[in-house]
Write a protein that binds this ligand. Sequence first.
Ligand code: SF4
Length: 417
Amino acid sequence: MSTRTIPLPHAPPLPDYRHWPTALGSTGDSIQALYIHIPFCTHKCDYCDFYSLAGHQDQVDGYLDAIERQMQREVDFFGPIAPSTIFIGGGTPTLLSPVQLQRLMEAIHRYCDTSRVEEFTVESNPNTFDADRAAVLAAAGVNRLSFGAQSFHLAELAMLNRDHDPQSVGRAVRLARNAGIGNLNIDLIYAVPGQTLGSLTDNLDRALELDTTHLSCYGLMYEPNTPMTARARRGLVQRVDEELELEMMRLVAERLRQAGFKRYEISNWAKTGWACRHNLHYWNASDHLAWGVSAAGHSGGVRWKYVSSLHRYCDAIKRACLPLAEMECLAPGIRWAELAVLQLRLADGIDLAGFERRTGLPAAGMLSEIINKYQSHGMLDTAAASRGQMALTDAGVAISDSIFADVFAALGARFTT
Ligand code: SF4
């Protein structure tokens, strides 16, 4: 089983837009979601491995020029697009001035048919959000905001090297509501070095007091090449041990369920009806376009990623080149095994009959051994199983990586020669 990777040159010249691989072959009609990446931040947090740049605000206008050109070219290639969700992430999109945000919003409305948009999210750091930005976003149809709070404890924020204070989160939430944007997410991180069950409980309570529709709670990841990982490797910070991290995961589940939230994905919690529709597109492997430096798109089993260099991205766009870093035509085994693993992240899990209709793979039979094994150990939800779904229990979530590996191997094996 293999994935066909289309080789791309690592040095200029990059392919130009006329040479966008015909393998893509899809039209704008299939595009369900649109992502736009804004890479600018006030500073770099120690755990961050997103493509983001501190102190380059003088390059924002040039970057917006490049994004607009990219929008025009991709709409020319794919045909008109009418996504149901738009997500502007980063980086810190609200680091853009109100005038720059207004310009970006106007470009989106110029190049996309936004009449079908159900959910339009912008990510923000609480200390970069104000009434003027809120007004610009609300007027442009943004109806969801996602605030990176991470913690309400100064010591934990310092450990993560965040640059906002805990009070700014509540202030940002109030400003959003005053502007008429009520669908709000707060991001929290647990298993921060030095964190205790007590301080995590306090973080959850402080987030719940803000009465948002959605909470994302992630365990701290030690990504390669981040200052946090380097510090942990040199023994300068003490990682939370596995046992305590599991207790923290259980605490998050218990506290958020008590407060009326439902876990609809491993790290994502929402009140009824407020799951993030954009991210659901990702977990269901829907076709989506992605614009901007380091952004990653997917269409019809082909996925691609743009270069992670602001200079290379802007330069390529100026020369009418595709700023591609990589592109893969997924072999069916990989494509459908990945889809199964993505769906298994969701509370509804894999609808086995629906999966077979979409992929042609008899998933119920192919996964029966795995289902029996994990169900007998309480890792799969028996009520969901009676409805023909394969879905994780809380205990299953705790060992999800092992289950994912088994599912991937079972579905992918069919294509192994
Ligand atoms: S604000 Fe977000 S994107 Fe920017 S450096 Fe921090 S974690 Fe990374």
